[in-house]
Write a protein of this length. Structure first.
Ligand code: HOZ
Length: 429
C-alpha cells in the first residue's frame, strides 16, 4: 500500500504541530509507522490522501454511529450553517437535544451541554464536590476521563499508549485528592471509602472501560459500586462519553440497569461535531450556575451546528432494531476474530457490548489495567499493520476500543473477518 502522500504530510505536520498531531494516539506511536492522513470519509469507509480505502472501526473514536457523512446529518448541518454557526445566546435546539438525551438516558433529569468530554468530566466532579461539600474523588486505574489535571493519575488512552508517567505540569496539589483503585475490585473501593470516611465526594468510572482496551465490568460490580456510594454518601458518576448511545441507546446504565447520580456524555451526542454534556438528578443539576452557584460556562457550549448533528443522530438511532443490528455486528466480528486467532494458535481475548468491542493478545482473562498491560502489544502492532495493509482501519493502540456503525454491512464485516484471518496467519511466528 502506497503512503507517500501521508509520509510527506506527516513530515510537514511534525514541524508545525507537536508530534505532528493534535491528539497523541493519532501519531501511531503505539504501533509505529506513518499515520494515515485522511482525505474524506463515506459510510463505513475512510480514504487517505494517497487514495487508499479503509473499512473504519475507529469512526472518529466513537461519534460516528451512522458512519461518515450520513446524508441526514450533513443536510441538517448545512441548513443550520446557512442560518448561522454560533450565537452565544440560547436556541430552541438545545432544549430539543436535551429532551432527547433525558428521554434516552434513564438517570438524567437535567443536562448541561459543553464542547468536549474533558469539559464534561471536569465539570461533573466540580459539581459533585460542590454538592457534597467534600474534596476527594475515586477513579480507576486505566480509566481515562479526559485531560483535566485531577484525572491524570494512572490514566488510560494516550497516557497508557505512550507509557507516560502521570503528566509533568500537573501539580501534586491537583491530584492529591484523587484516589485510585483497580477496575473490577470492589474490596479495594470499600477500603478507600473506609480510609477516607466522609471525605469522598464522588466515584467516577467508565462503566465499561474503553481506554485500557475494551474491558467489561464483572457481574454485580457496578451495582456494588452503587451500593458503596450510597453507604458512604458519595455520588456515583458514570463517564459515558464513550458508552453513551453506544452500548445501548440509554448507555451502560440502561445496559446494566445501574443508575448513577451524574452522567458524562460526549462523542455520539454531538453526531461528529464538538458537543458533550453532563447531567443527572435535577436536585444536583440545579446547583449549576446560573440556577445555582457551581460555576461553569463556555462560548461554544450548545453550539447550533453540534446540536443539529446530535439531534439528527439520536433521532436516527432511537430504534430498538438499530441496536439489535449493531450488537449482531460486533458479535460476528468478535467471534470471527476469535476463531481466526484460535486457528492460528494465537492467544486472544475479544470483548463486546452493543456497538463497542475490543480485543487483546492475551491468554488469560483481561479484567483490569494490570491484566490489560500484560497483553502482547508487539503482536498488536503487527496485527494492526497487517490489517491496515488489507484496508481495515483499527485504533492505533492496544489501549483503545473499536466501534461499528449502521453503515457496516454484513459484506464489510465478512471482508473484515477474512482480512483478520490473513493477518493472524501472517503474524504467527
Ligand atoms: N482520547 C481519544 C481516545 N480515547 C483519542 C481522541 C483522538 O485522538 O481523536
Amino acid at each position: 500500500m502506497i503512503n507517500d502522500a501521508s509520509s510527506a504530510a506527516f513530515e510537514r505536520a511534525q514541524a508545525l504541530l507537536p508530534g505532528g498531531v493534535n491528539s497523541p494516539v493519532r501519531a501511531f506511536r503505539g504501533v509505529g509507522g506513518v499515520p494515515r492522513f485522511i482525505d474524506r470519509g463515506a459510510g463505513a469507509y475512510l480514504y487517505d490522501i494517497d487514495g487508499n480505502q479503509y473499512i473504519d472501526y475507529v469512526l472518529s473514536w466513537g461519534p460516528l454511529i451512522l458512519g461518515h457523512a450520513y446524508p441526514a446529518v450533513v443536510e441538517a448541518i448545512c441548513v443550520q450553517a446557512q442560518r448561522g454557526t454560533s450565537f452565544g445566546a440560547p436556541t430552541e435546539l438545545e432544549s430539543e437535544l436535551a429532551e432527547l438525551v433525558i428521554a434516552a438516558v434513564p438517570s438524567v433529569e437535567m443536562v448541561r451541554f459543553v464542547s468536549s468530554g474533558t469539559e464534561a468530566t471536569m465539570s461533573a466532579i466540580r459539581l459533585a464536590r460542590a454538592y457534597t461539600q467534600r474534596e476527594k474523588i475515586i477513579k480507576f486505574e486505566g480509566c481515562y476521563h479526559g485531560h483535566a489535571d485531577p484525572f491524570l493519575v494512572q490514566a488510560g488512552s494516550g497516557v497508557a499508549t505512550l507509557g507516560l508517567p502521570d503528566s509533568p505540569g500537573v501539580l501534586k496539589s491537583a491530584t492529591s485528592n484523587t484516589l485510585t483503585a483497580p477496575f473490577n475490585d470492589l474490596d479495594a473501593v470499600e477500603a478507600l471509602f473506609k480510609a477516607n470516611a466522609d471525605q469522598v465526594a464522588a466515584l467516577v468510572i467508565e462503566p465499561v472501560a474503553g481506554n485500557m482496551g475494551f474491558v467489561l465490568p464483572r457481574e454485580g460490580y457496578l451495582a456494588g459500586l452503587r451500593q458503596l456510594c450510597d453507604q458512604h454518601g458519595a455520588l456515583l458518576i458514570f463517564d459515558e462519553v464513550m458508552t453513551g448511545f453506544r452500548v445501548a441507546y440509554g448507555g451502560a446504565q440502561a445496559y446494566f440497569n445501574v443508575m448513577p447520580d451524574l452522567t458524562c456524555l460526549g462523542k455520539v451526542v454531538g453526531g461528529g461535531l464538538p458537543a458533550a454534556a453532563y447531567g443527572g438528578r435535577r436536585e444536583i443539576m440545579q446547583q449549576v450556575a446560573p440556577a445555582g452557584s457551581m460555576y461553569q460556562a463556555g462560548t461554544l457550549s450548545g453550539n447550533p451546528l453540534a446540536m443539529v448533528a446530535g439531534i439528527q443522530t439520536l433521532r436516527e438511532i432511537a430504534k430498538p432494531e438499530v441496536f439489535e443490528r449493531l450488537t449482531g455486528v460486533t458479535s460476528t466480528l468478535c467471534q470471527g476474530f476469535w476463531k481466526a486467532a484460535f486457528k492460528n494458535g494465537i492467544p486472544f481475548q475479544a470483548h463486546k457490548a452493543g456497538s463497542m468491542w475490543g480485543f487483546f493478545f492475551a491468554a488469560d482473562e483481561v479484567y483490569d489495567f494490570t491484566s490489560a498491560k500484560r497483553a502482547d502489544t508487539v503482536m498488536f502492532g503487527k496485527f494492526f499493520h497487517a490489517m491496515l495493509e488489507q484496508g481495515v482501519y483499527l485504533a492505533p493502540s492496544q489501549f483503545e476500543a473499536a466501534f461499528v456503525s449502521t453503515a457496516h454491512t454484513d459484506e464489510l464485516v465478512a471482508q473484515t473477518i477474512n482480512a483478520a484471518q490473513a493477518a493472524f496467519a501472517s503474524i504467527r511466528s
